[in-house]
Design a protein around this ligand. Structure first.
Ligand code: HEC
Length: 187
């Protein structure tokens, strides 16, 4: 009676140990699989985030919008202008399509809203006596000055002569005039 009991106990003990081991292996395996799945999911989420960010940057780079009634001035060589402050490095002005032609008509004839500029600024807009040359100047400068004259914010000795010139000009006229005047070669 005693022997079989001892043998049975040993067998039960071995079986229990084996079962415990098997269970722990299975549990471990499941835990590992869950951790791996989480890692992969995190990696995938990261990848998706990166892709979305890259996509956003690409769209940002390629974004364009119509120029409308605007003049965009930018240095020809940003490094020379912005960093080295080289006064000989030029600028590019992007102007609305057709603006130079419309400006030319206003500048040369005055049309119904202004006076021909050459009468005072010289035939090639290079200046005449005390009247400053305006050919080839920065378009933003030209618009700024004429805008200030309209607003009565420019009080030069001769500024009154410009009052009737700018009085009836619309913002669009100012852009057209600046586009043409700036496109003329300076002396
Ligand atoms: C009756 C004469 C006269 C006519 C016509 C005239 N101007 Fe002038 N303009 C002047 C005078 C004088 C000044 C200088 C004003 C001052 O000293 O403040 C001036 C200044 C300017 C300035 C500022 C220049 C600077 O160096 O700051 C601009 C820009 C300008 N005129 C544009 C024009 C345009 C564009 C036209 C034609 C649509 C025009 N002017 C027609 C007399 C004239």
């Amino acid at each position: 009676m005693r022997r079989p009991t001892a043998a049975a106990l040993v067998a039960v003990a071995i079986l229990t140990a084996a079962l415990a081991l098997a269970t722990s292996i299975v549990v471990n395996f499941k835990l590992n699989a869950a951790a791996e799945r989480e890692r992969l999911q995190a990696q995938q989420a990261n990848l998706q985030k990166e892709t979305a960010e890259n996509e956003r940057r690409r769209a940002e780079r390629e974004k364009t919008e119509a120029i409308g009634m605007r003049i965009i001035e930018t240095p020809q060589d940003p490094e020379r202008t912005e960093i080295l402050r080289d006064p000989r490095s030029g600028f590019i002005a992007y102007v609305p399509a057709g603006s130079i032609k419309k400006g030319e008509a206003l500048v040369n004839t005055g049309g119904s809203r202004t006076e021909a500029c050459g009468v005072c600024h010289g035939a090639e807009l290079q200046g005449l006596g005390p009247v400053p040359g305006i050919a080839g100047r920065s378009p933003s400068y030209i618009v700024r000055q004429m805008f200030d004259m309209q607003a009565g914010a420019r009080h030069g000795e001769w500024a009154d002569l410009m009052k009737p010139v700018v009085a009836k000009l619309t913002d669009e006229d100012l852009v057209n005039i600046a586009a043409y005047v700036s496109s003329r070669p300076p002396k």
